[in-house]
Design a protein around this ligand. Structure first.
Ligand code: ADP
Length: 627
């Protein structure tokens, strides 16, 4: 891009304007957060400079005393937040301020409802950042120069938050960024020194850089002296016992770009082959982009308190991507690059260790007498854990221990595999489950009939991801997991409600001709027809062969536009059902073929799916009713 020294006007990306409007309306009562956000950015900028300067000392330009300054001009009614951090080039200003590069922003904006309360929660998940300046200002001027570039490369950005901004190239002697907020009339309270100090105290004590303001001593102030107004100690380096919940929560808002409080956190110092400190947070609500392919955890890597980079998948597995926080290690070189990170044995050990600690943290929550914290977590992030079972082979059993399901005992997703095993019936050595595309369909599935009769609990899996989960989770605690809609069912070892083998054999023989007739009628709609030992009320149901994909998975794949292998179901008939008994007595009836087709279509409907030819089904039913 060529250097333009003249003033140029730009328009904001549409989404920025939308977000600004929304933010100003929904966050009005919480306006003081503008200062937290600006300090957070300034502190990140100082972190970035310290990191870059570790390999190129000249970036300090002779001034390595990194700090922030906040000043007030009562006459001009303005507040200035200044940092001597990394600064921005012209291109960076264009990319960072005035554009929101995060993927999914557009979809996010489209989902906004216009209801201030609901939207403010949404914007909380999104994070407000720099734009929060417009909560208190009707004009914002940002002047910046990137470290290492000459004074002539300074840039001034200005906007009234009305959809456009101007940009001009200006001389800036000192590197870093200065943000001037020209306050709205109704925001003059923020010109008061004590008000600003109390906000800084509340939100920025833990910022690891000193924040300076005009001295409180009149004489010194007149001489232009400043004083540090925050604690300026990195929170994670302090002992746990000395940190209040409020301080932890405030730090979360900085490091996790969170708006709500965190759900919980884990703060630990680990010693051993590698030494490191973890301070990891779980949010209360799933971030809006949790399901975007690029979504990553926001864990900041520090080496001896020097910020190195925000690492995603390098420090935690993908299934923990909702986590944010800090990992500080003393076992890494300061000039570590992302490539080195991926191959570094210390990083690999830290990743393994951090994952285990997070598992321990979650297990701790799950074990509590009152497990409402765990339940709240599960409702937001349960699906991520299921992903973990699939992807994180080395932790599979432990993650599986954290899963919760609905079952024939409880509609709520509260049954753990261990609970299930603890309640297994005498003689039962298998964990039974059914998959369906909704809880209702699972609950009313005909496959459950014999299990109800024998009082055997069945897990009701109705999340899309469950089909994928059970392909990988085939065993837990030495017990096999088995779909009750697949393969032959053998419940003979479990006491109660079942007829003898002879009885079954007799019924099979008595209906063998009917089975042949139905099979002939259905032709290649089915792989086989057989007599069922799982039905007590319904006339028929569909089964998948042991190693075929289930009907539910086939439907999921087709809906997703993917190629599903052509598999045919097995139709099972209930020999005790009046309809089947009647068919068996009238094997040569002219309607036997129609009856067979209806049985098949009904079994498909009972799975919550549609017959291939719904109109044909309706026609056949009406034909039979008319008779
Ligand atoms: P976020 O901080 O969540 O990325 P912001 O809107 O607050 O979002 O800031 C956007 C980007 O602008 C930052 O990521 C950073 O690159 C840049 N930026 C903001 N403030 C500063 C600053 N004081 N110094 C340097 N860069 C900054």
């Amino acid at each position: 891009m060529t250097q333009d020294t003249h003033k140029e006007s730009f328009t904001f990306q549409t989404e920025v304007t939308q977000l600004l409007d929304l933010m100003i309306h929904s966050l009005y009562s919480n306006r003081e957060i503008f200062l937290r956000e600006l300090i957070s950015n300034a502190s990140d900028a100082a972190d970035k400079l310290r990191f870059e300067a570790a390999t190129d000392d000249s970036l300090y330009e002779g001034d390595s005393d990194l700090h922030l300054e906040i000043s007030v001009d009562k006459e001009a009614k303005s507040i200035t937040v200044r940092d001597n951090g990394i600064g921005m080039s012209r291109d960076e200003v264009i990319d960072n301020i005035g554009t929101i590069a995060r993927s999914g922003t557009k979809a996010f904006c489209e989902n906004l409802s216009g209801d201030a309360k609901a939207d403010s929660q949404m914007i909380g998940q999104f994070g407000v950042g720099f734009y929060s300046a417009f909560l208190v200002a009707d004009r914002v001027t940002l002047t910046t120069r990137r470290a290492g570039m000459g004074a002539e490369h300074g840039v001034r950005w200005e906007s009234s938050g009305d959809g456009s901004y101007t940009l001009e190239t200006v001389e800036v002697a000192a590197r870093g960024t200065e943000v001037v907020l020209h306050l709205r009339d109704d925001a003059e309270e923020f010109l008061e020194d004590f008000r600003l100090r109390s906000i800084i105290h509340k939100y920025a004590d833990h910022i690891p850089f000193p924040i300076k303001m005009a001295h409180s001593d009149e004489k010194k102030r007149k001489k232009g002296e400043m004083e540090v107004v925050n604690q300026a100690s990195a929170l994670w380096t302090r002992p746990k016992s000395e940190i209040s919940d409020e301080e932890y929560q405030n730090f979360y808002k900085h490091v996790g770009h969170g708006f709500d409080d965190a759900h919980s956190w884990l703060h630990q110092k680990l010693e051993g082959k590698y030494e490191y400190t973890l301070l990891l947070y779980i949010p209360k609500h799933a971030p809006f982009d949790l399901w975007h392919a690029e979504s990553k955890s926001h864990v900041k890597l520090y080496v001896n308190r020097v910020f190195i980079m925000e690492a995603g998948d390098e420090l935690l597995p993908r299934w923990l991507r909702f986590t944010s926080g800090v990992i500080d290690s003393s076992d890494l070189p300061l000039n570590v690059s992302r490539e080195i990170l991926q191959e570094n044995p210390a990083i690999a050990a830290i990743k393994t260790g951090a994952t285990k600690r997070m598992l321990g943290h979650l297990e701790g929550l799950a074990k509590q007498e009152d497990d409402s914290d765990y339940t709240a977590f599960w409702d937001q992030f349960g699906t991520c854990l299921k992903e973990g079972v699939v992807e994180d082979f080395s932790n599979r059993e432990r993650i599986a221990g954290l899963l919760r399901f609905a079952s024939t005992r409880s509609d709520e997703q509260r049954v753990s595999l261990a609970d299930y095993i603890g309640r297994m019936k005498q003689g039962q050595d298998t964990i039974y489950f059914i998959t369906a595309d909704s809880l209702e369909a699972a609950k009313h599935s005909p496959h459950l009939e014999i299990f109800r009769k024998k009082e055997i609990e069945v897990l009701l899996l109705h999340d899309r991801i469950d089909e994928w989960l059970v392909q990988h989770l085939t065993e837990f605690d030495g017990k096999k997991l088995q779909s009750i809609a697949k393969g032959e069912l053998d419940l003979s070892g479990i006491a109660g409600g079942e007829e003898s083998a002879e009885e079954q054999k007799r019924k099979k023989e008595q209906t063998s001709k009917l089975v042949e007739k139905v099979k002939a009628a259905l032709g290649d709609r089915v792989k086989d027809v057989r007599i069922s030992n799982r039905l007590t009320e319904s006339p028929a149901c569909l089964i998948s062969d042991q190693f075929d994909i289930s009907g539910n998975l086939e439907r999921i794949l087709k809906q997703a536009g993917q190629n599903a292998p052509e598999v045919k179901p097995i139709l099972e008939l209930n020999p005790d059902h009046p309809l089947i008994i009647r068919m068996n007595l009238q094997l040569d009836h002219a309607d036997i073929e129609t009856w067979s087709q209806i049985l098949m279509d009904q079994a498909i409907l009972a799975e919550g799916a549609l017959p291939e030819d719904p109109a044909g089904f309706v026609r056949r039913i009406n034909e039979m009713l008319a008779k």
